[in-house]
Design a protein around this ligand. Structure first.
Ligand SMILES: Nc1ncnc2c1ncn2[C@@H]1O[C@H](COP(=O)(O)OP(=O)(O)OP(=O)(O)O)[C@@H](O)[C@H]1O
Length: 687
């Protein structure tokens, strides 16, 4: 059997009766292939939550008008596809792909429902088409077992019938054997009076029968794929599977001769591609499959059948190759963007050509209807776990608040629901440990503290250590030192001070920065030098600029958003003006001095507050993303800015000397503000 990819064009297309969708339009349009009268809605529409809902829903109601006391009042839908929250596009694609038997690739953040949707797809595929696969001994060539497919449930019956037949045959043989033995032994005892000869003859007859009967056992087929008891089409998760588990294998036989060997068809084992026949084969992190496996996977997709052979070259199984075994599955590949880049291009084109690609949403708009679904999500997770006490109203509300916070985007809820489900479980476990009747808001709040990510724990530890060693500076003015902010992992802010020193250069000026943030420092300096060149007589390219990210050695610090920090530190050092140390800042800088939005503002502001800062500068464009916890609101003043001039105005000490660089930089403020109609920088609007 060949496994190359160049057959592509000559091979029959999958689902040749339908035109393969290639454009976005095909993906999002309702089912329109004309082969079936059903619409997506018939297959499964976006179900409303089954619980009592208030007539006029208050926009601010965290439960979206649901009138419930606990999660017990919310009905959890039976079908997985109806349990999916958000991901409208992916859901529609799955519904459509299930009907058309198309492949799907889902790319997106972890825990947003990719494997859930793949599983939901298997529930939607017709069960009637399921098959059992049997492998038979091939009398002509023992190393090429024969393969037969029968409707689901028949396989077991066939094997049973063969076993019964073999049993009967063996009974007959035994009967015959004992009669012959009795005759021979009787003859040798009574007539020939040779006891020893009689026993010897009996032994030889016994062995001859035993050896002869082995052949009849070999005729019993091996039930390779059994769908007798399956209630839905198969769902096979082949994530990280080794070649044997994915493509099938033939076991090694240590006794290969002398009548002790196991017939080859009995040693054949199905792979995930065979078990997924007529169902769904799900492969997450598709790029982690080795290239050979990806190529074989392509062949299986293309030809819809794939022979099984021993995967280990040195094993006796490698001699065996079955007839092709059906592999007519729908492939759902998943991963993050990297996975897509690193996967075999031909495999990707196979999926793209005969299926759909979907990008998963990370957040969804926060509407009353959606909040009701999040309440149902809590009920779903409680039901799925089976041991957690139900959540009361206030606990559900707190989870929804957390979904808002984790979205990092105003007016949205996070769709990284595996993590949110983790919070539900920790809170429920706490309630269970206390033997509480319900999981309450207090449990959820405690759980939030307990279920901190590694990054959060590391960040807190980091902050503590800095305090221990008095590395944090949060008062007074220091030249060339700015408190920047960064994010560790996805959800932990950290104060990351930046220090700059400007020295005359012997040759052309260079930027000297240490560690992993070097590239970002270079970029920030390039941008700020463009601005400085415009407003100063100083030639920055004749100076060496030294930049240090103080204690940035902690792994995972993302410094991408520290460019206004670097710029402020360089300008401060260049002009010898002190920077307010009770202020922290985050923002990205453009060549024109605009402060551009960055990620993780909420976590950064909270980190600044924890470190004892009084004020924090954030990009104005991020203003709407701020969702800090109540406890921090009193602790810190938030200053949104849109231009570097505003940063300098807030951060630098005293009034600049007339016509100095800082004065000139600040002077661009007026025009910038008039253009944007923003409030004056000297009187920024705190949140
Ligand atoms: N959109 C969603 N609706 C409802 N529940 C969800 C959703 N997304 C995730 N979950 C919950 O999180 C769990 C994990 O999600 P799932 O395994 O589908 O994520 P994934 O995207 O496949 O992640 P990964 O790529 O890490 O495997 C689900 O079993 C479900 O409980």
């Amino acid at each position: 059997m060949s496994n190359d990819m160049d057959k592509d064009d000559s091979l029959p297309e999958q689902g040749a009766d339908e035109s393969a969708p290639t454009s976005e339009k095909d993906v999002t349009d309702p089912v329109d292939d004309g082969t079936d009268e059903r619409t997506i809605d018939d297959l499964g529409s976006d179900v409303e939550v089954s619980a009592e809902v208030a007539d006029d829903v208050d926009e601010d109601d965290l439960l979206g008008g649901l009138k419930i006391e606990t999660t017990e009042d919310i009905e959890v839908p039976d079908r997985l596809v109806d349990q999916v929250i958000g991901q409208e596009h992916a859901r529609d694609v799955i519904l459509k792909a299930a009907k058309q038997r198309r492949h799907v690739m889902m790319i997106g953040s972890p825990g947003t429902g990719k494997s859930m949707l793949a599983k939901a797809m298997s529930e939607l595929l017709p069960k009637e088409e399921l098959q059992d696969v049997l492998v038979y001994h091939n009398p002509d060539d023992g190393n090429e077992p024969k393969v037969r497919t029968v409707p689901a449930g028949k396989g077991e019956q066939i094997v049973e019938a063969h076993k019964e037949e073999a049993r009967k045959r063996n009974q007959m043989r035994s009967f015959l054997m004992w009669i012959i033995i009795a005759v021979v032994v009787g003859y040798s005892l009574i007539i020939a009076q040779q006891v020893l000869l009689g026993i010897l003859a009996a032994g030889i007859i016994f062995l001859a029968f035993r050896y002869g009967s082995r052949g009849s056992d070999a005729m019993i087929p091996n039930l390779l794929v059994n769908n007798a008891d399956t209630s839905t089409a198969p769902f096979e998760d082949a994530t990280g599977a080794h070649a044997g588990a994915l493509l099938g294998d033939v076991r090694h036989d240590p006794f290969q001769s002398g009548g002790m060997e196991t017939p080859s068809h009995d040693r054949v084992e199905a792979g995930a591609i065979h078990k997924a026949n007529k169902g769904v084969l799900f492969v997450d992190e598709i790029n982690t499959l080795d290239i050979r496996s990806q190529q074989h996977l392509m062949t299986a997709i293309q030809e819809r059948e794939f022979s099984i052979t021993g995967q280990s070259e040195r094993s006796s199984g490698a001699m065996v190759q079955t007839e092709p075994v059906p592999t007519d599955f729908v492939m759902v590949a998943a991963g993050n963007l990297d996975a897509m880049e690193n996967m075999h291009p031909a495999l990707r084109s196979r999926i793209k050509g005969y299926g759909y690609e979907v990008y998963m949403d990370d957040t969804i708009e926060d509407t009353p209807a959606m909040r009701r679904k999040y309440a149902r999500f809590v009920a779903q997770e409680v039901a799925k776990d089976g041991r957690l006490p139900s959540f009361n109203e206030a606990a559900i509300e707190e989870i929804i608040l957390e979904a808002r916070r984790r979205a990092g985007r105003k007016g949205h809820l996070t769709l990284e629901l595996r993590n949110l489900g983790g919070l539900v479980r920790v809170a429920g476990d706490m309630a269970r440990a206390e033997d509480a009747e319900f999981t309450t808001r207090e449990h959820v709040l405690q759980a939030k503290g307990r279920s901190r990510s590694i990054e959060q724990q590391l960040a807190d530890d980091f902050i503590q250590r800095r305090k221990d060693y008095e590395l944090s500076v949060n008062e007074g003015y220091v030249v060339g030192r700015v408190n920047g902010l960064a994010v560790m992992g996805e959800d932990s802010g950290i104060v990351l001070p930046v220090m700059a020193e400007v020295t005359p250069s012997q040759g052309p000026g260079t930027v000297i920065a240490t560690g992993q943030l070097k590239e970002m420092a270079q970029e920030a300096v390039d941008n700020v030098s463009a601005i400085i060149k415009k407003f100063s007589d100083e030639n920055i390219s004749e100076k060496d600029i030294h930049i240090q990210f103080v204690q940035a050695g902690q792994g995972g610090v993302d410094g991408d958003s520290a460019s206004i920090t670097v710029a402020a530190a360089v300008i401060s050092a260049l002009e010898d003006v002190g920077v307010d140390q009770s202020l922290a800042m985050t923002g990205s800088l453009s060549v024109r001095g605009d402060v551009l939005p960055v990620g993780g503002v909420t976590h950064k502001i909270e980190a600044a507050a924890k470190a004892g800062m009084d004020r924090v500068i954030i990009p104005r464009a991020n203003e709407q993303d701020v969702m800090i916890e109540d406890e921090y609101e009193e602790m810190i003043e938030i200053i949104p800015v849109s231009h570097i001039s505003e940063v300098l105005d807030v951060a630098l000490e005293g009034e600049p000397e007339k016509d100095s660089l800082v004065d000139r930089l600040k002077s661009i403020t007026g025009s910038a503000f008039e253009k944007q109609g923003s409030p004056s920088p000297s009187n920024p609007s705190p949140q």
